[in-house]
Design a binder for this molecule. Structure first.
Ligand code: HEM
Length: 285
């Protein structure tokens, strides 16, 4: 089973042209398997989570009842990106599964929306948000090791509670960057192969081999995103993660959830003042 489709160029050379479309099923089944295995593990085998005691515990009453987590701008970005991502997935893969429609126009329009929103996000996250909050730090790595040791039954102290984002979320963000940027960079060039409002069509911009590799990378990133998005939606609807999903809608999470899962020394929130409690979030939040 060849994962790529090939063709012969005008000079008789064999070049790749697309991924083989059975990879759509491979990605879908891989995503589904992950979901099933994870759900069974959590339901029947996982032990309750334990965190290390705080060296300097905070007074709960000092934490606002609604802890600001995502600013309105960050939430708007997330949902615009989600809408364009779903549009891209459905317009790309439904025709390959037999539902024929004129997909290319909807696809490049959604691709342009995603590209602009990601450019905006990079600027917003670099200059107006806490840029480092989404990258793994030393404590994350130490705690990952502690969690592995405890999982295999070796003695190790419990991990600390999380900063703003748990390590799993940070790793997921990294995978989305790799797949997302690959599909965006190749997608922008592939717009030269079709008619758009941005630039004149020029299918001779690259050699057949380069175009072929570009289509293959675009396809691989695309099927990778099928599995990644399935896993993301699954975690978003799991009961214990719902407070996080709600915070992506309303902008805040409850004080109880914050104190249970997050370490105020690693992710500090403003000390409460009653008039500001539900005032929403600033971008650095
Ligand atoms: C979730 C992200 C995306 C997925 C899953 C996806 C998927 C796909 C797939 C499977 C194809 C067919 C490739 C082939 O025939 O080998 C395709 C084509 C294409 N995509 Fe995407 N894509 C995504 C993002 C983007 C973005 C961000 C852009 C533009 C900025 C874009 C623009 C295009 C264009 C112009 C084509 C070529 C259509 C043609 O030559 O007929 N895509 N995409």
């Amino acid at each position: 089973m060849d994962p790529l489709q090939w063709a012969i160029d005008p000079w008789g050379k064999i070049v790749p042209i697309h991924i083989a479309w059975f990879l759509i099923w491979v990605a879908g089944i891989a995503g589904l398997l992950f979901v099933i295995v994870h759900a069974i593990f959590v339901r029947y085998f996982a032990k309750p989570r334990q965190f290390e005691r705080d060296a300097a515990p905070v007074v709960p009453a000092q934490i606002p009842e609604h802890v600001p987590r995502h600013s309105l701008t960050a939430r708007a970005f997330h949902w615009i990106m989600a809408a364009s991502m779903f549009t891209l997935l459905f317009t790309a893969f439904l025709p390959k599964l037999g539902f024929q429609f004129d997909w290319v126009t909807y696809h490049w329009i959604a691709g342009s929306v995603l590209t602009v929103s990601i450019l905006f996000h990079i600027i917003h996250a670099s200059f107006f948000m806490d840029f480092w909050s989404i990258w793994p730090d030393r404590i994350d790595l130490r705690d990952a090791w502690r969690r592995i040791l405890r999982f295999v039954g070796k003695p190790a102290p419990p991990p600390e509670r999380f900063a703003k984002y748990p390590l799993e979320n940070k790793l997921y963000h990294g995978a989305i960057i790799a797949a997302g940027l690959s599909s965006i960079v190749t997608g922008v060039f592939m717009m030269f192969r079709v008619r758009t409002i941005f630039f004149p069509r020029n299918p001779y911009l690259f050699s057949d081999l380069t175009w072929g590799m570009m289509y293959v990378l675009h396809g691989l990133a695309g099927v990778g995103l099928i599995a990644l998005i399935m896993v993301h939606v699954y975690f978003g609807i799991r009961p214990e993660k719902r407070p996080i999903t709600k915070s992506m809608i309303f902008g805040w999470m409850s004080r109880d959830f914050y104190l249970e899962e997050h370490d105020p020394n690693r992710w500090a929130v403003e000390i409460s003042s009653p008039s500001r409690e539900s005032a929403g979030t600033r971008d650095e939040d």
